[in-house]
Ligand binder design. Structure first.
Ligand code: PEP
Ligand code: CO
Length: 455
């Protein structure tokens, strides 16, 4: 019997649909000065191998469906803006390690699988509040992320350079390769990950978590004593995600799956639409409505139940479990007021989106000494408000989305190391939004664990 692989081709309608966004209003794209060069780069991108495989994407959808039903929890974290320079072994390892460490704590507390997902291997394009930046009497294009232009404030560096999309692709490929190596090659061994958390426990400020930490200790020792199959625990699933913002990059990486004839955006497993590009009739929502990947949408404080419903109708018309994730980012002061009406509205609909909280983007402040920062306490307060609102509504608080790094940066205020305004100057490395450092990330995981335990 011959085993011929299916090769189902897409209909003309499906193919044309993938370019329909070009006729719609679009926001947050670079102004390219050489469209012929963009076209050449797009053609090259469209011939390069996919970064992820459609089967992995489908598998993630089933995982997210479980989370939407309240049977798993999503942990999504990584840089605000990845940089090409930051795609080195040490920094990638530290970020993966931080996510794995957080996941152990959450898995124990939730007593359910934790889906681990990086804002990694492609999180290079950034929406900006202004198209330009002025310093003194010089005005240049704003920095839009390494995949578009450079951070240095010179005309050459700030030019939108299409070649950077190729570098973005290759940097994503090497980052993803290392993530796969770490998570499949033994680095993610549960016992090892648990051992790393001992560093966190040695800080006296974290004493309140000692009970939970020693319970995890005992659970692991118990498993070992029973002869548990730790071989199976040496590997773990790890997915990647980024904001689908730069259309000249996302479109050429969208491919037709030969098993089904449907399009997948193979730049990443999961893609989300940002708060600034989620207009119902805009290019981004239209394009992402046509790919099979699980999709996230950021929902800020102005979101009405009506908008939410229209987004569901457009992005998840089949009401397919795992297809749609709402990432709420209301701000600590607003979540208790603005999330409940959405949760109330969802209970009377036939949809089951996954709800996760992004406690970062609604809580930005600028200090008198000029640093863009966030207070750890506000981040925690928004997470608490998120859990409260879901407890009240009887819906499932299915995950968290955080900007974090595995390094000891000083970008967010507070936490057990009590970073203050003066400290921000010592190690502020983000080119975009402030991230939780390694310690703050673990502390947040323990706090979320307490909330999960209380559910
Ligand atoms: C981000 O996630 O980095 C971002 C820009 O978020 P939002 O779209 O929620 O503002
Ligand atoms: Co950000």
């Amino acid at each position: 019997m011959s085993s011929v692989e299916p090769n189902i081709v897409a209909s003309k309608e499906v193919l044309d649909g993938l370019d329909y966004w070009r006729s719609l209003p679009i926001k947050q794209q670079p102004i390219w000065d050489d469209l012929a060069e963009v076209k050449l780069v797009s053609e090259t991108l469209s011939t390069l191998p996919p970064l992820v495989f459609a089967g992995e994407v489908d598998h993630l959808r089933t995982r997210l469906a479980a989370a939407a039903r309240g049977e798993a929890f999503l942990l999504q974290g990584g840089d605000c803006a990845e940089t090409f320079a930051g795609a080195n072994a040490d920094q990638i390892r530290n970020r993966v390690k931080t996510v794995l460490q957080m996941a152990v704590v959450l898995t124990y507390a939730a007593q359910m699988p934790v889906i681990k997902m990086g804002r990694m291997a492609g999180q290079f394009a950034k929406p900006r509040s202004s198209d330009t930046e002025t310093r003194g009497d010089v005005t240049l294009p704003a920095y839009r992320g390494d995949i578009v232009n450079g951070y240095d404030f010179t005309p050459e560096s700030r030019r939108a350079n299409p070649q950077r999309m190729l570098q973005g692709y290759h940097t994503s490929a090497s980052t993803l390769n290392l993530i796969r190596a770490f998570t499949q090659g033994g680095f993610a061994d549960l016992r090892e990950v648990h051992n790393w958390n001992k560093g966190f426990r040695s800080n006296p400020a974290n004493a309140r978590y000692e009970v939970l930490a020693s319970e995890i200790d005992r659970a692991i020792n118990f498993m070992a004593a029973c002869g548990a199959d730790f071989e199976a625990l040496r590997r773990t699933e790890f997915f990647v995600s980024h904001e689908a913002l730069l259309m000249d990059y996302e479109r050429p990486l969208t491919r037709i799956d030969s098993r089904t004839g449907t399009p997948y955006d193979t730049s990443s497993h999961f893609l989300w639409i940002g708060e600034r590009t989620r207009e119902l009739d805009g290019a981004h929502v239209d394009f992402l409505s046509r790919v099979r990947n699980p999709i996230g949408v950021k929902l800020g404080p102005s979101t009405t139940p009506e908008t939410m419903k229209q987004l569901i109708d457009k992005l998840d018309p089949e009401r397919e479990p795992g297809r749609l994730t709402f990432i709420t980012r209301m701000g600590a002061g607003k979540i208790r007021e603005n999330l409940p009406p959405l949760l109330e509205a969802i209970s009377s609909m036939d949809a089951l989106p996954l709800w996760i909280t992004d406690p970062m983007h609604g809580n930005g402040i600028t200090t008198p000494n000029g640093y863009k920062t966030r207070r750890f306490d506000d981040v925690v307060d928004e997470v608490k408000g998120f859990f409260e609102a879901h407890r009240e509504a009887g819906t499932f608080p299915g995950g968290i989305h955080v900007e974090l790094t595995g390094d000891d940066v000083t970008e967010c205020l507070g936490g057990s190391e009590m970073i203050d305004e003066e400290d921000l100057a010592t190690r502020y490395e983000s080119l975009c939004d402030p991230r939780l450092n390694h310690m703050q990330s673990l502390e947040l995981a323990f706090l979320v664990a307490e909330e999960l335990g209380r559910r």
